[in-house]
Design a binder for this molecule. Structure first.
Ligand code: AP5
Ligand code: MG
Length: 216
């Protein structure tokens, strides 16, 4: 299965993406984690994106599409589909990313859309801020991230609906309730061949591959 997670900050893309990847035994590509890892290692890519992350702004599309291409090539080599968390976030990324994916025979087959309201999302992210130290988990930046999602990312939902691959879920409920609804929907959409075919378990390791994406 080739799955894209889409939803506002704090809606559970990471939480639910991990459960889906575990359930179907497919690799997970988490763009936010990948970018934060490069920031921590101070690679060219990390230096190029650090300020954008801290301010809650989107990283430029050209950097993101470079990463998408590398990630899809690696996922194709691993041979077991993917759960993509974090892309697309702009219509330009959606259209150009789709073109790249089609060229590679790796276009998404499902878009899981997590829906929650801003007060719940803000509460979750502020709770997380008390435990972890993400540069973008503070009240002011959370407000900006939510605004960017509504203005720039949300229009992509209709595009996925038009492609006929959208699964929208009420993500306001407890984690287990959300995941059982998602997994039931995905099970019903699962291609029969993927239930029986034995697959090599190769991971998707992008830690070095995408470093070049930060070069101007
Ligand atoms: P990214 O890391 O993707 O951040 P985000 O979209 O703001 O989302 P989060 O990771 O904060 O939330 P999530 O939806 O994964 O929820 P989670 O499961 O963690 O991106 C960071 C930055 O990278 C962007 O701002 C941008 O700068 C850049 N970037 C990334 N992709 C980009 C792109 N394509 N283009 C340009 N720039 C890009 O859950 C949140 C919390 O809630 C957790 O503590 C969790 O335990 C809890 N929780 C989850 N589900 C529930 C539930 N059902 N009930 C109660 N609590 C819950
Ligand atoms: Mg996340």
């Amino acid at each position: 299965m080739r799955i894209v997670m889409i939803g506002p900050p704090g809606s559970g893309k990471g939480t639910q993406g991990a459960l889906i990847a575990g359930h179907f035994d497919i690799p997970r590509i988490v763009i936010g984690d990948l970018l934060r890892d490069h920031v921590a290692r101070r690679t060219d890519l990390g230096r190029a994106v650090d300020g954008h992350l801290a301010k809650g702004e989107l990283v430029p599309d050209e950097i993101m599409l470079c990463i998408v291409r590398q990630a899809l090539i690696a996922a194709k080599a691993a041979g077991r589909g993917y759960v993509f968390d974090g892309v697309p976030r702009t219509m330009a990324q959606a259209r150009a990313g789709y073109k790249i994916a089609v060229e590679l025979g790796m276009a998404a087959t499902v878009a899981v859309h997590l829906m929650a309201d801003d007060s719940e999302l803000t509460r979750r992210l502020l709770d997380r801020a008390a435990l972890e130290h993400r540069s973008d988990d503070n009240a002011e930046v959370i407000r900006d991230r939510l605004e960017i999602y509504r203005q720039v990312t949300q229009p992509i939902i209709a595009w996925y609906a038009g492609r006929g691959i959208l699964v929208s879920v009420d993500a306001m409920r407890p984690v287990e309730e959300v995941s059982s609804e998602i997994l039931a929907a995905l099970e019903s959409m699962r291609p029969p061949a993927s239930q029986s075919r034995a697959r090599a378990r190769r991971p998707v390791d992008l830690s070095g591959l995408v470093a070049q994406c930060g070069q101007a």
